[in-house]
Design a protein around this ligand. Structure first.
Ligand code: SAM
Length: 490
C-alpha cells in the first residue's frame, strides 16, 4: 500500500517538542517525592495558621469594606480538604443557586486594569494573559506599596502543576502525554517571556521590577488555576475573593455557578455574582465544578490536582495525512470538506467508543492501491459516507496494524505497568505530586490498552467484514442472500 499513516502520540496544540531527547535526560530515582510537600503543609498548619488567618481577614476587609464586594453567605477560611489552602465556607444554610458573593468590576484584574495602571501605556498590544501576568508580578513585588497587596498576598507561591516539578519529579510521568504537554507549555511560556522581556521590559526598566522567567511562569500558573474556565483568552479576568472557591467532583454542572450582571444606578456597574450550585449546610464549604471537559492531565496542568473520576482518563491521538502521500491533495480536500485537516486530533476516553470521524479519517489516510478510485472527484460528495464503513480488507488491515503498533510503541515508553501503579494507589498516602503522576500515567495506559484491544480485535475480524465492493454489488442487486454473485443469462 502506497499510503502511510503518521500516528503521533503528542497531544493537540503542542508541537515541536523533542520529548524523547528530554526524557532520556531524566534519571529514574527511587527517592522521589520525599515527604517534604505534606510535611511543609502541616508545618504551615500548626505554626502559621494565625498568620494565614490574618491575611485572609485583611483580604476580606479590603474586598468587602473598601472594594464594595458583598458576601451575604460565605466567609473565606483556611481549609484542609480538598487540599490545604483557602476556601469559601457557608455562614448559614444555603439553597441551590443562591448568590453567595458579589464582586464589583473595580476589584477585577484584566486588560482594562492593566491599561489604567502605570505599565498600561507600554502593554497595549500584548495578549491579555501576558499583560495581566506582568501586572501581577509588578504589583506583587511592590509588597505593601501596592493597593492590590491584600489580594496578591494570599496567592500561593507554590503550585503543584507539573509545570513546577523538578526534573526528578518529572521522571514519574516519563512517557506520558502530560510530560510532552508540560514541556511544550514551559517552552511556550519561556519564549513569550523572552519576547516581552526584549520588547517591553528591558526598554522600560523604570516601569518594571527585575523579573525572571520563573516569576512569569508563576504568574502563568496563577492565571491558569484561578481564572474561571469561560473567562480566559481575550476575556481573561481574575476575580479576587470569588477565586477562592474550590472544585468538587460532586458538582456535575458548570452552569449557574456564576454570572456577570449589572448593578447600581441604571445597572451600569458590572458585578461578578457567584452562586452555589448545590445546597450547603452552615459551616460547610461551597464548591463549584471547574471544568467538566478537562481530562486528568489537563486538570493537573492547570490546577495541580486530578480526580479519581473515570471520565477524566484520556489519551489524545494525532493522525496525519503526510505531504509525501501521492494522493495528498485529494485526501486533504476530502478531510477538509468533512471538518478535518492535514492533521486531526482525537480525544479518546476510557470506557467510551472511538470518537466520531476517527475511523473514516484513518481509512482516508490509508487509502491507496486499488481503492484509490474513491478519491476521484465524482465520489467527492459521497466518499466520507463510504469511509464510515470498511473500504477493503487491505485498507482495514492496514489501519488496525498501524494503530495497534502505535499503541504498543506508546505503551513501551512508560516506566511502570498498570499493575504497579494500581499497587501504589492501593497502598495510599501518596504525596500529592506522586498521586497526580500515578493517576495520569495509569489513566493514559488504560486508554491506550483499550485502543490497542479495539484495533487488535478488529484486526482479527477483517476477513468477515463487508467491504465497499460487496455493498456496491448488493445495492445494484447483484448479490444474493448468501453473498453469492447473481448472473443473468442472456
Ligand atoms: C481557584 S483556586 C481556589 C483557591 C485555593 N484553594 C487557594 O488556596 O487559593 C484553585 C486551586 O485550589 C486548589 N483546589 C481547588 N479545588 C481542589 C480540589 N478539589 N482538589 C485539590 N485542590 C483543589 C488547587 O490548588 C487549585 O489550583
Amino acid at each position: 500500500m502506497a499510503a502511510t499513516i503518521s500516528f503521533l502520540s503528542s497531544p493537540a496544540n503542542v508541537t515541536a517538542i523533542n520529548t524523547k531527547a528530554w526524557t532520556r535526560r531524566l534519571k529514574p530515582s527511587t527517592l522521589l517525592f520525599s515527604k517534604t510537600t505534606r510535611r511543609r503543609r502541616s508545618f504551615i498548619t500548626s505554626l502559621n495558621k494565625e498568620e494565614e488567618n490574618k491575611k485572609v481577614e485583611r483580604l476580606w476587609k479590603w474586598g468587602c469594606e473598601k472594594g464594595g464586594a458583598v458576601a451575604p453567605a460565605v466567609r473565606a477560611e483556611m481549609v484542609e480538604t480538598p487540599h490545604f489552602g483557602l476556601g469559601l465556607v457557608a455562614k448559614r444554610s444555603l439553597s441551590q443557586n443562591q448568590v453567595v458573593l458579589e464582586v464589583p468590576k473595580k476589584l477585577w484584574i484584566n486588560s482594562d486594569t492593566v491599561a489604567a495602571s502605570e505599565i498600561g501605556r507600554v502593554c497595549g498590544g500584548l495578549k491579555p494573559w501576558i499583560s495581566v501576568a506582568l501586572f501581577i508580578i509588578t504589583e506583587e513585588k511592590k509588597k505593601n506599596g501596592s493597593p492590590w497587596c491584600p489580594y496578591l498576598d494570599i496567592l500561593p507561591q507554590k503550585l503543584d502543576s507539573p509545570l513546577y516539578w523538578s526534573e526528578e519529579e518529572l521522571t514519574e510521568i516519563q512517557g506520558t502525554q502530560l510530560l510532552s504537554t508540560t514541556l511544550g507549555v514551559k517552552e511556550y511560556v519561556q519564549s513569550e517571556f523572552s519576547k516581552v522581556e526584549e520588547e517591553i521590559i528591558l526598554p522600560n526598566k523604570h516601569l518594571f521590577p527585575s523579573m525572571t522567567v520563573d516569576d512569569f511562569l508563576w504568574a502563568f500558573g496563577i492565571l491558569r488555576s484561578r481564572a474561571f474556565s469561560q473567562l480566559r483568552g481575550k476575556d481573561l479576568v481574575l476575580v479576587p475573593l470569588a477565586d477562592l472557591i474550590n472544585h468538587s467532583c460532586n458538582v456535575n454542572t458548570e452552569d449557574v455557578a456564576w454570572q456577570i450582571k449589572g448593578s447600581g444606578l441604571f445597572s451600569r456597574e458590572l458585578v461578578f455574582s457567584l452562586r452555589t450550585p448545590l445546597p450547603v449546610n452552615a459551616g460547610e464549604q461551597v464548591f463549584i465544578q471547574y471544568d467538566l471537559k478537562k481530562s486528568n492531565a489537563e486538570l493537573a496542568l492547570d490546577y495541580g490536582f486530578i480526580e479519581p473520576n473515570l471520565g477524566r482518563d484520556a489519551y489524545s491521538l494525532t493522525l496525519e495525512i503526510p505531504e509525501s502521500d501521492p494522493f495528498f491533495g485529494d485526501k486533504l480536500d476530502i478531510a477538509e470538506s468533512n471538518g478535518f485537516g492535514e492533521t486531526a486530533y482525537f480525544n479518546l476516553l476510557l470506557d467510551c467508543g472511538l470518537p466520531e470521524g476517527m475511523l473514516p479519517y484513518l481509512r482516508l489516510a490509508a487509502l491507496g492501491g486499488t481503492d484509490a478510485f474513491l478519491l476521484e472527484s465524482i465520489f467527492r460528495n459521497t466518499v466520507w459516507g463510504h469511509l464510515e464503513l470498511p473500504v477493503s480488507q487491505p485498507n482495514e488491515e492496514f489501519i488496525c496494524k498501524a494503530v495497534a503498533d502505535a499503541c504498543r510503541s506508546a505503551l513501551s515508553l512508560y516506566r511502570t505497568t498498570i499493575e504497579e501503579d494500581e499497587e501504589l494507589l492501593k497502598k495510599g498516602k501518596l504525596e500529592l505530586r506522586l498521586e497526580i503522576a500515578v493517576g495520569v500515567r495509569l489513566g493514559e495506559k488504560k486508554v491506550l490498552n483499550q485502543i490497542l484491544k479495539t484495533f487488535e480485535d478488529r484486526g482479527k475480524e477483517v476477513e468477515g467484514l463487508e467491504y465497499y465492493q460487496e455493498r456496491r454489488l448488493k445495492d445494484l442487486g447483484l448479490v444474493g442472500e448468501q453473498g453469492e454473485i447473481i448472473f443473468w443469462e442472456s
